[in-house]
Design a protein around this ligand. Structure first.
Ligand SMILES: NC(=O)C1=CN([C@@H]2O[C@H](COP(=O)(O)OP(=O)(O)OC[C@H]3O[C@@H](n4cnc5c(N)ncnc54)[C@H](O)[C@@H]3O)[C@@H](O)[C@H]2O)C=CC1
Ligand SMILES: N[C@@H](CC=O)C(=O)O
Length: 380
């Protein structure tokens, strides 16, 4: 990855018939942090949509910069600068400088998209929002981390700049927005139950004893379903974060330590470096074979299930479900979220579909960008 131009390569796209020119032309300067599996797909999606958005919606997306953990590239969208070698070579990552560059003189609309899984990046959100820069992210650490930081982010987003994070829960599925709509229209959340891990859903569907569990984890990692460190998925922490995000959305001041989590990571592998964990993945095979045998003896299936209720009870665990259970028939990376509310007390509201993978996650982030863009006033 040497140049920004190569990070956001041209994508083929079909154009719909020309529509009326827009009366509300807006420019949105965008900086992307974390061009990994999700971030690089998002860049391709944005690049592919740029011309259509300008023509059909009057929205000019200016892709101003990309920052990875050690290197950043600025001026991505400036053809004149792109033609000059120097402007396109990387420089060491400095997020303060990066944010200032994307924000510009403060007169234009600006947005930072955090596609990292990094806590230090999330710590910047209150400052970026306070400086008028919109923030969109699939990174769960801000919403499920320290309560005081999350409250600082909410406070900073009350003054104009907006913060959106739909893809933090079940990737591209409309889960956060569905809950927001229920609450904003006066409903009350009673409980949430479901399957919130695309990785664990995929592993449970594929694990029938023919291939070792470790081989399937490696495949899920290669497919981009797992977190950068798959222990986040296997330990149940990633799902616990999603429960905390939904609980806080409902106004319940919950934290990670309030969630009872069953981990599938053997204690001997919890603290080893990621490389060593991946090399020793086969240590998961015997305990998982025992869990599968238990499920088969009960004529059931293994499913990774989580729940949260209005009394603050929250848990994440691997369960044996009978074939008659609605969660037993999910496919591939399917997530299910079952909201029980005052209105949907007897017959819960369900959201279901693929809950992991770079394409669907990037699209969830992109949709957040568009919702913010819809609310922007005309400004060059
Ligand atoms: N893969 C999926 O299906 C889903 C992922 N997510 C979230 O999306 C985010 C990205 O996931 P992946 O793309 O799979 O991860 P990844 O590991 O492929 O990419 C992460 C990127 O962040 C960059 N990065 C790390 N620390 C940084 C720092 N301090 N400053 C700037 N950049 C930094 C890395 O260089 C890398 O490019 C994570 O927060 C993950 O939880 C959310 C929903 C679904
Ligand atoms: N690793 C996560 C990705 C989405 O949050 C999962 O598998 O659900």
């Amino acid at each position: 990855m040497e140049s920004c131009a190569s990070l956001i390569a041209e994508q083929p796209h079909r154009l719909p018939p020309l529509q009326a020119a827009t009366s509300r032309r807006r420019t949105l300067a965008v900086g992307l942090i974390g061009p990994g599996r999700v971030g690089s797909v998002l860049l391709a999606q944005l690049r592919a949509a740029q011309e259509r958005l300008l023509r059909d919606a009057g929205l000019e997306l200016k892709l101003c910069g990309v920052a990875a953990s050690r290197r950043m590239w600025l001026d991505c969208d400036d053809p004149e600068l792109n033609a000059q070698h120097d402007a396109q070579t990387w420089r060491p990552t400095d997020l303060e400088q990066f944010a200032a560059y994307v924000r510009g003189d403060g007169q234009r609309h600006a947005m930072l998209i955090d596609c990292s899984a990094n806590d230090a990046v999330a710590s910047n959100y209150p400052y970026w929002l306070a400086a008028g820069v919109h923030v969109v992210t699939p990174n769960k650490l801000a919403n499920s981390g320290p309560l005081s930081r999350w409250q600082a982010i909410l406070a900073a987003s009350q003054h104009g700049a907006r913060f959106r994070y739909e893809a933090t829960v079940c990737a591209g599925l409309p889960v956060v927005q569905t809950l927001r709509d229920l609450l904003d229209t006066g409903d009350q959340l009673l409980s949430v139950e479901g399957m919130f891990s695309g990785t664990l859903a995929w592993l449970c569907c594929h694990y029938d004893g023919k291939r070792p569990f470790s081989a399937l984890v490696r495949e899920a990692h290669a497919l981009g379903y797992t977190e950068p460190d798959p222990r986040e998925d296997l330990s149940g922490i990633d799902v616990a974060r999603k429960l905390v995000i939904l609980a806080r959305e409902a106004g319940w001041p919950m934290s990670l330590h309030d969630v009872a989590v069953e981990s599938l990571v053997p204690p001997t592998l919890v603290h080893v470096p990621l490389d060593e964990f991946m090399a020793r993945l086969d240590e998961l095979d015997a305990p998982m074979a025992a869990r599968l045998a238990e499920a088969q003896a009960e004529r059931g299936v293994l499913r990774h299930v989580a729940s949260l209720d209005h009394n603050g009870r929250a848990q994440v665990r691997l369960q044996v479900l009978q074939a008659s259970h609605p969660f037993a028939h999910t496919r591939l990376t399917d997530n299910i979220v079952q909201f029980r509310t005052q209105r949907y007390r007897d017959n819960p509201l369900l959201v279901q579909g693929p809950g992991a993978g770079p394409e669907v996650t990037a699209a969830g982030v992109f949709a957040d960008l568009l919702r913010i863009a819809e609310s922007l006033e005309a400004r060059a």
